[in-house]
Design a binder for this molecule. Structure first.
Ligand SMILES: [Zn+2]
Length: 259
């Protein structure tokens, strides 16, 4: 493939990714509110005015409107262009790494599942099984077709991933007398296990706990409150992305310590 067509594909993928990001923003807003993600068309969250297509162009509209609703002039969250941009990068990045292959397809699906999980849990402390259940099924089906993982690895991943979190949640509740993790976290780990296998799920758990305890202690120290609820889902999502791309490297490094 020559450089020109490579760039052309990358740029097209970036624009498709932007539109997917725009849709993910809709999911993040509507799913926790139990609204349909398809109807009605986009409207301003403040004044409910319908947003015209020319005001709904990813990133560009946000810049042209200077981050404000055209009608009520209230501030639109920075989350919108940021999610669009990150989603825009996902497709060309996956293509750069894997070319047009099934792994390319699986990679961007996995990342696009994690983006709304990250945001919804951060904002509402909820991990929606409307995302995780289709994710578990998709991850398991993909495992029959891609090279990186065997179907039984995916199946064991679902059981071990979910099981470990379920045990942690039950034991945690028994020891600390409060809900440390919920069924949402269990489902999320089943999904991660389906995509990454049991080793990947366990590595994700270790990385997420590390990230969570570092960031969590900073937040608690800053706010000086002990009972601040720090949702675990965002850390799990970031840890899952790290594991997806660097998991084999990290597991290899770790095992080599014992050789
Ligand atoms: Zn408005």
């Amino acid at each position: 493939m020559n450089l020109f067509s490579f760039l052309l594909i990358d740029i097209s993928l970036f624009f498709i990714g932007l539109c997917i990001g725009s849709f993910l923003n809709v999911i993040v807003y509507r799913l926790p509110r139990n609204e349909s993600v398809i109807f009605p068309a986009s409207h301003c969250p403040f004044c409910n005015h319908k947003i015209a297509f020319y005001d709904n162009i990813p990133i560009l509209s946000f810049m042209l409107l200077k981050g404000k609703c055209r009608y009520c002039k209230r501030k639109i969250s920075f989350q919108y262009p940021v999610v669009e941009f990150i989603s825009g990068i996902v497709l060309p990045l996956s293509f750069f790494l894997y070319g047009f292959s099934l792994t390319f397809f699986v990679t961007f699906i996995f990342l696009y599942l994690l983006i709304p999980i990250f945001l919804i849990d951060m904002k509402h402390q909820v991990i929606s099984d409307k995302i995780t259940i289709p994710g578990i099924i998709a991850g398991f089906i993909f495992s029959f077709f891609i090279k990186g993982i065997q179907w039984y690895d995916s199946l064991i991943g679902i059981v071990v991933g979910g099981g470990v979190i379920l045990v942690t949640a039950v034991v945690g509740k028994w020891i600390f007398k409060k809900e440390a993790m919920g069924m949402g976290d269990v489902m999320l780990f089943m999904m991660i296990g389906a995509f990454l296998g049991w080793r990947g799920a366990l590595l994700t758990l270790i990385l997420a706990s590390l990230l969570g305890s570092i960031v969590g202690s900073i937040i608690v120290a800053k706010r000086r409150i002990k009972d601040t609820v720090v949702p675990f889902g965002p850390f799990i999502s970031i840890a899952a992305v790290i594991t997806y791309f660097f998991g084999n490297f990290l597991i290899g490094k770790y095992l080599s310590l014992f050789r």
